[in-house]
Design a protein around this ligand. Sequence first.
Ligand SMILES: C[S@@+](CC[C@H](N)C(=O)[O-])C[C@H]1O[C@@H](n2cnc3c(N)ncnc32)[C@H](O)[C@@H]1O
Length: 338
Amino acid sequence: MVFAVSTTGGGNGGFDPGSIDPPGDAGRSTDPYIYHRSVLLSEVVEHLVVRRDGVYVDATLGEGGHGVAILDATVPDGRLLGIDRDPRMLTIAERRLADFAARFTSVHAGYDGLIDAANSRGVDSADGVLMDLGISSRQLEAPGYGFSFQSNGPLDMRFDPASPLTAHEVINTFTEDELASLLRENGEEPRARQIARAIVRHRPIGDAITLAELVIATVGRRSRRRIHPATRTFQALRIAVNNELDILRKGLQSAVQLLATGGRLVVISYHSLEDRAVKQFLAREAAICVCPPEIPVCVCGHQPTVRILNRRVIRPSLTEVNANPRSRSARMRVAERL
Ligand SMILES: C[S@@+](CC[C@H](N)C(=O)[O-])C[C@H]1O[C@@H](n2cnc3c(N)ncnc32)[C@H](O)[C@@H]1O
C-alpha cells in the first residue's frame, strides 16, 4: 500500500484560516489555534483502534482533534487518512497534524466519495472509519458560514464553498410548499407551514439574524422546548443545502465497503434524524434477513455485513457535558465489519 505524503486535493492555496475565526472564546480548546472540542474522544479511540499498526480513516476530519488522538494511540506505525468536505477545515487540520506528516494524509472530499478518496491515496481497505457528523464549533460560530442564528453572517451554510446551492437561494427562491416540506422533513418543525408562509411574505431575506428574528416573530420567543425557536429551521436549511441525509447514507455504505474484516465503524450523530439514519442503516446491515414481515420464509438471501457492538448508544459523561455543553446531544454507535 502506498501512503502519500499529506496534501489536500482541495485547492485552497492562499486561504487564511484566521479569516474564519469565530468571535469570543466560548467553546475554545486549550490550543489557541484550535477552536473545536472533540466529543467522546477517549471513547472513539477505545472503540475504533483495533490494532496499533492499522490504517484509519477520519471521514470528518474537522480541526483534527480525533485525528490527533488516533495517531497518538497508534504510535509508531498506525496511519490516518483525513477527509473533509470543507477545504477550510483541512487547512487547519493539516497545520495541526504537521508533526505526523509521515503517517497522515488528507483529501478534500465528501464521505460519499470515501472509496475514491481512499483509493487516490493508495488506501484500499481500512481498520477503522470514524464519522463525527455535523458541524464543528468553528463552523457554527464563524459568521462567514451563516450556520448560527446568533451570527450576522450571510445565509450560506455550505460545507464546501464550491457547491452550488446556498441557504440564501433556498430561502429566497423556494415556494411556500417546498419550504414547508423542507422544514417538516429536515427539521421536524411542527410550525413548518407558518414559518414557510412568513418567509415567503418577508423576502428577500439576506442574513441569518433576520431569518432567526422572523422565526421568533412567527412562532414566539418562548418555546416549551428548551431550544432556540429557530434551531429546527436552521437545521433543516443546513441539511437541505448540503443534502446531508442522502450523503450520510451513501457515506455509511462506502465506509462499510472500505472496512477490512474486523474493522470498526464509529459514528457520532447530533440530532435525531442523523441518529435514526445511522441506526436504521446498521440494523439492516446487521440483519440476517431483510424480507418484509408478511413473508413467512426468508427469500432475500441477505448476508449481514456488520455486527453491532453497542446495543445502547454511547453518550458523553456528565463531566464531558459540563465541560462542553455542545456534546450533550451526541450519540455514538459502533459496528464491526464481518
Ligand atoms: C463535528 S466536525 C468534526 C470534528 C472533528 N472530529 C474534530 O475532532 O476536530 C464535522 C466535520 O465534518 C465535515 N463534514 C460535513 N459533511 C461532510 C461530508 N459529507 N463529508 C466529509 N466531511 C463532512 C464538516 O466540514 C466538519 O469539519
